[in-house]
Design a binder for this molecule. Structure first.
Ligand code: MG
Length: 249
């Protein structure tokens, strides 16, 4: 069965990384909740997509340059006036949920990894007893290497369309093999049966990201990818249920 990951708690249904979106996701009939993490100036961990606040909230600036108090005073766009949340708060929300974490390590506003951030996030997840079921993702290979130094939990490489074009299928799969990365994820619009077959032949798992429309969600389900992320988790669950009923599964 193709797994569904609610991307940022369902951004197109609830706003970006909101309490309402994550609360709803925790009760949905899906398998994973995808989210991104950034450090504040004080060393706390914020769950938010962007490294900066201007695109998604009523404030501006890089999260890493702001105090926790300042970041928590931001109002997220299209969210019924929700503020960003801390990683500990997200852990509490999913304490009793069967939905597991898919935590993405994003670069800072300068495009580089946050130094020393990976172990802090893993520590937090471990203290909240969420590490033993968590998965990790990143576009940055250095982050994936660093994650592997600290935990055996699964990692996947988010391969951007540009990297896929530049390296080609063979180059991407060779790079994953060299780095010991067991799974790749590509943009749904770049996914093809040929790419998926080549990935599986190489002994890697294959997933997709950014399947937000009915057509994109259907494509991921029909291809039978391992997992896809979506900003419309309720729609994805409904389409998966329809397809299951249609095939009598
Ligand atoms: Mg992400």
């Amino acid at each position: 069965m193709t797994r569904i990951a609610s991307h940022r708690g369902g951004t197109l249904e609830y706003g970006d990384s909101t309490l309402a979106g994550f609360t709803a996701t925790a009760a949905m009939a899906l398998e994973e909740v995808e989210f991104d993490v950034h450090p504040t100036k004080d060393g706390d961990i914020i769950v938010h997509h962007d490294a900066t606040l201007e695109r998604t909230t009523d404030m501006a600036g890089a999260i890493a340059d702001l105090t926790t108090q300042a970041v928590l005073s931001a109002v997220i766009n299209f969210s019924h006036n929700s503020r960003p949340i801390l990683l500990q708060e997200l852990c509490e929300l999913f304490d009793d949920s069967s939905v597991v974490f898919r935590c993405e390590f994003k670069p800072g506003a300068d495009g580089n990894p946050y130094q020393g951030f990976v172990p802090r996030v893993l520590d937090c997840l471990s203290k909240e007893d969420m590490l033993r079921t968590a998965n990790f993702s990143s576009f940055l290979l250095d982050y994936l290497d660093e994650i592997a130094e600290h935990t055996d939990r699964p990692r996947l490489w988010l391969v951007s369309p540009a990297v896929l074009t530049q390296l080609g299928t063979r180059g991407v799969l060779e790079m994953a093999r060299l780095r010991g990365i067991p799974e790749i994820g590509v943009n749904i619009d770049k996914a093809s049966p040929e790419l998926m077959a080549a990935t599986l032949d190489a002994g890697l798992e294959f997933g997709c990201w950014a399947a937000h429309s009915t057509a994109q969600i259907s494509k991921a389900l029909d291809m039978g990818v391992k997992i896809f992320t979506t900003d419309r988790p309720s729609l994805a669950v409904a389409i998966r249920n329809q397809k299951r009923e249609g095939t009598g599964q």
